[in-house]
Design a protein around this ligand. Structure first.
Ligand code: ADP
Ligand code: MG
Length: 711
């Protein structure tokens, strides 16, 4: 919130907004403000986002509306407010009064003492309920606070003070518990951020100074001592060390880093001292982006959520009507006793709130997403989480996904009377501006040999098969046999060379001009260590089809496929054909997860039921197309994430069944007059607390359900 700047979207932190009906109240209250645009209320974050624009109400008006609905607006400066302290004391005081009241009554004490004790218990317990009930009524909403207040007043009127006090007190206790548990789920997200130190040591004018991370600019040099947490993303200038990147990528094995390589804020430095050039500001580090994406993710709605919302919208008014009918019809029509039927009606009123049902989805999903994020996997939202739980087939891109994508040039062959170093020089020239792993390997090799690559003009990537450029007056092409064949004049010698490379498990590429091939290069890649265990774990999870899609040649593809025990290998595919292969699997009834590194496999990622990008901490662009992003390069976090997604969904289902089941039972019991008011409250609020506690389990470690995350 800043002043009366209404042009930009604004965020308000709201205290005590821990239940879905609370969020609905706030939303309604804001909806009545003149000029208000889009409003997004986020229970899990405890925030309200209000769109800006001309004519939008100023901050003060928005804050006043939130307060009128019965909630607090928290100043951005005030860290996180003590979770429900007031409610805690109210619950204690109410409990003591209620206990004494009941004790006096059971021991046959004077009624003149019992009623005041119980009335006081009711009043204290409703301290935090009544203001919200009034807030909701002002906005013509029927939420749990209204229902509880009406029920308590009704019970008091017919002299059932014990019922009124017990119901209110239980409700208060459960609200406090629920707020506490929701706070824990909230904390899981902010805790992600707390692994970043608040200060960094910067070298300025050859002096080392400690400054807040926010004040460090791009390009400044920071020093990281052994054992320190890395404060900002950057590239190593001097020093080598091994870094524990687990807070960001979930990879527990430390990675070795040397000059030229990236380090991420939040990682823990090993034994070496590092000098690092800052590449991202504090609010733009990988971890900051993860955090932001998780926040966005949990605000998006899961499919189960819309079902619940639709259900709740019909259920509550229906049961309120039923309660009214039960309370007045039998006495009016059949002359039955008022007291008994009003009690039953009041009990039904409490049952009318679908609280547990409505809170079940957001807390469970948030816990699941936060848990996954803590283990290096970013899931874009509830819908994506449910989709991940459902996949039946997984296809992997090869280069950079199943393999490290750190290729090395092993052979250089000259074909047309030119020298080998000329082949390398021209090849490096073509590839200078390409980011493909093949290209980087060739450029690196030329550099190693001290060859200066010429500057190309008109560079163009031929996605999934090669690249072309204009160098020193000639059109040059670099790519696989497909490119060679398409150009024409592809010699048998060239074919034989590439096939010979392939027999050795190497990828062969040809350098060509308009007349035909003039050179060949062989490149070797290493299969990731995590690939085989990941494939095995996915199979153990019951994934029926595990396949590889690659633009590389068949022999190389098949050797990798055999090593990893894949079911199918599709080689020499263009990016569009990879997409076709995914669609074919889908037509065969599979729900397909596609794993890629985001370099020219975007079409396949986008057509997948679940697009999974890996190594996202390094290439944030991949985050855009993916539904699920593996921050690091450890593939075993994928089966762990799949296990978590399934686990989260089964917790969600259990929660929905629990919530719905209890409602059903109490609907019948209350109608039949077996359940009393306090029992209904206990069941209702008990269900909410159970559901939330159950949801927190989705945050636990992967180990818990037998899928190691490589740790
Ligand atoms: P994958 O499907 O295994 O990730 P790609 O689709 O990225 O592989 O590339 C397929 C093949 O196309 C590579 O094995 C290589 O032979 C060729 N290729 C692609 N891009 C280039 C390039 N820039 N330079 C040379 N060859 C390339
Ligand atoms: Mg690739």
């Amino acid at each position: 919130m800043n002043g009366s700047d209404t042009a930009r979207p604004r965020q308000f932190r709201v205290g005590g907004m821990d239940c879905p009906s609370c969020a609905a109240s706030v939303e309604r209250a804001l909806g009545t403000l003149p000029g208000i645009g889009e409003v997004r209320v986020d229970v899990m974050q405890g925030t309200v986002h209000v769109a800006g624009g001309p004519g939008a109400p100023p901050d003060a008006r928005v804050a006043a509306a939130i307060r009128r609905a019965g909630y607090k607006v928290i100043d951005p400066g005030d860290g996180s407010p003590a979770q429900g302290k007031g409610r805690f004391y109210a619950a204690i005081a109410g409990g003591v009064l209620l206990g004494s009241g009941l004790l006096v009554s059971w021991t046959g004490g004077p009624p003149a003492l019992v009623v005041p004790l119980l009335a006081a218990a009711t009043l204290i317990s409703s301290w935090y309920v009544v203001p919200r009930a009034l807030g909701a009524l002002r906005n013509r909403a029927l939420d749990i606070h209204v229902l509880m207040t009406v029920a308590a007043i009704g019970a008091a009127i017919i002299g059932q003070w014990g019922e009124a006090a017990a119901a209110m007190w239980l409700f208060g206790v459960a609200q406090w518990l629920e707020g506490y548990a929701v706070g824990r789920a909230r904390h899981a997200i902010t805790a992600l951020m707390q692994v970043i130190p608040s200060e960094a040591t910067v070298r300025r004018e050859s002096r080392d100074v400690r400054v807040p991370v926010e004040s460090v600019g791009l390009g400044e040099q920071i020093l990281i001592r052994p054992g320190d947490r890395v404060p900002l993303d950057g590239v190593i200038l001097r020093g080598t060390s091994s870094l524990d990147q687990s807070p960001i990528t979930g990879e527990s094995v430390p990675v070795d880093r040397e000059p030229g390589m990236s380090v991420y804020a939040g990682s823990i430095n090993g034994a070496g001292s590092l000098e690092v050039e800052v590449t991202h500001r504090a609010d733009d580090t990988s971890l900051a982006r993860i955090l932001h994406a998780v926040e966005e993710a949990q605000a998006s709605r899961a499919p189960s959520q819309s079902f619940v919302d639709r259900f709740a919208a019909i259920y509550t008014p229906l049961v309120v009507l039923l309660a009214l009918a039960v309370a007045v019809l039998p006495p009016l029509l059949a002359g039955a006793g008022w007291e008994m039927w009003v009690t039953r009606g009041l009990t039904l009123l409490v049952v009318a709130c679908p609280c547990a049902l409505v809170i079940a989805t957001p807390v469970t999903i948030t816990s699941g997403l936060a848990g996954a994020a803590r283990h290096g996997v970013l899931i874009k939202g509830g819908a994506q989480l449910e989709a991940l739980a459902d996949i039946t087939a997984v296809v992997f891109d090869k280069t950079g996904t199943l393999t490290e994508g750190r290729l090395a040039v092993t052979d250089v062959v000259a074909l047309n009377g030119i020298s080998e170093s000329e082949v390398l020089r021209l090849a490096a020239g073509v590839e200078r501006h390409s980011e493909h792993p093949v290209a980087r390997a060739i450029v690196a090799r030329a550099l190693e040999e001290g060859i200066v690559a010429p500057e190309p003009t008109g560079f163009a990537a031929m996605s999934g098969s090669g690249a072309r450029a204009h160098i020193e007056g000639r059109d040059l092409f670099l790519g696989n046999l497909r490119v060679c064949d398409e150009l024409g004049n592809c010699s048998t010698e060239a074919h034989e060379l590439v096939e010979r490379f392939a027999d050795d498990g190497k990828t062969g590429v040809l350098l060509m001009d308009r007349q035909g091939p003039i050179g060949a290069l062989a490149l070797a890649d290493t299969v990731r260590e995590s690939a085989a265990p990941a494939v095995a774990a996915l199979r153990a999870h019951g994934i029926g089809v595990l396949a590889m899609l690659t633009g590389d040649n068949r022999a190389v593809a098949e050797s990798v496929g055999r090593m990893l025990k894949l079911d199918a290998v599709h080689a020499t595919l263009l990016p569009g054909e990879k997409r076709e292969a995914v669609l074919a699997l889908q037509r065969a009834g599979h729900r397909v997860g596609v794993v890629g590194d985001g370099i020219n496999d975007t079409p396949a990622l986008a057509s997948a039921d679940v697009g999974i990008a890996m190594g996202v901490a390094g290439t944030p662009a991949a985050l855009e197309v993916a539904d699920v992003a593996l921050m690091g390069e450890d593939l075993t976090v994928l089966p762990a994430a799949l296990g978590r997604a399934r686990r989260t969904r089964s917790i969600l289902r259990a929660n929905l069944i629990l919530a719905l089941g209890l409602k059903g039972v109490f609907l019948v019991l209350a109608g039949a007059g077996v359940a009393t008011l306090w029992m209904a409250v206990a069941a209702d609020t008990g269900a909410s607390v159970l559901v939330v506690a159950n949801a927190l389990r989705a945050m636990g470690r992967g180990r818990e359900w037998g899928v190691g995350s490589g740790e």
